[in-house]
Ligand binder design. Sequence first.
Ligand SMILES: Cc1ncc(COP(=O)(O)O)c(C=O)c1O
Length: 414
Amino acid sequence: MVTTPAAPTHEHLDALLSARGRNAPAAAITDPRSSANYISFIYGFPDRQSLPNSTVIEATQHALEKHGDWALQYGKTTGVAELVNVLLAKLRRDQHFVAGPENLMITAGGSQALQLVLDLLVDPGDVVIAEAPTWMGFIDALNNVGGRLVTVPLDSSGLDTDALEATLDQLAAEGTPPKFIYVISNFQNPSGISTTAERRKRIAELAAAHGTLVLEDDAYHDLRFEGDHIPSIYSLDRAGYTLYLGTLSKIMGAGMRIGWLLGPETIIQRIAQLKIDGGTNIFGSFVAAEWIPDHLDEHIETLKAIYGKRRDLMIESLERHMPQGTSWTTPEGGFFIWLTIPESVDTRLMLPHARERGVEYLPGETCYTDGRGKNQIRLAFSFAEDERIDEGLRILGEVIRGELLESSGNWRPA
Ligand SMILES: Cc1ncc(COP(=O)(O)O)c(C=O)c1O
């Protein structure tokens, strides 16, 4: 007979937990497979049909033929040299980064790069500045280390640098300077907004003047389907106060779990001391190093066409189906549109109603830490199929109208 050992009771477990374990927020456990049951606008999952399965099979074969004995071995903590070199060449070509292997670390997605930066810099109670709204993954990761979030608003030109300056001054006066400023410079998650070049330059200057660091998260950099590239904070920073994070998740495959962190050698070395995993996804790194030179550029062009078309479909359908008093951003790239609806609706409470009708989205409140965003929604247009977008937004429009009618006797649908 097979017996399962008894699980410890809650009281036993509580006594064993660290402060971090005890205080960990109830983060959503995301599963793209369950989102496939909905017309899903909830998470930034890449488009399923465009994942480059067949070329990855070829690259895997080549990687094993060439490097079989090393591809299935432990690897260097900072990353497989072949992949480091391929990524550096791309970053130099596309973004004119001046960086060598000593400046780059391969990580398990951009998420691990972020976690390592937090581990390196943040003790419980330490302040970190971010945009409001910001990526919920960052909010959760900061909570996990006990950091305190201080936010700076965004407007249509990106992070408000006057507000940043005032916040930095105030924190300095209070004796709680921030450990770093977290900025998603392109097609921000969740707003879709990009920060202008002038403001990027100013962010770098302010960080240097205040002796703090910038963590520039550029997860969506390559997915610009409209307008010109804007130089990154990393390349505008003359004083070396910026760390830069990128990922293969949105341009090759999120299942690769490969990202990177760029920064001054001293910081990369320190982070390497904290990273005790025997190297990040060595096998996948060899595969990616084979795949990128042959396929990445062409694949990015394909993705830009797919996501650009999807953004257009979204905007057309929003215009068709959203009630009066609703506004939204129009991103030039990336995965997200940020929707603001009349204030009487609580989008977290509305989500189950939308799900009952087969549609899901991310409630805006998850992108703040202070209860704001109740009447906002992040719509990811990356995962829903073209043919279902209009239907999904028609249903969402109806659900919002229903809530508005319920919440106000005076409100009349447009
Ligand atoms: C702004 C931002 N940064 C980082 C990431 C990290 O992604 P990954 O860990 O898959 O590289 C994401 C993913 O959704 C993101 O939206």
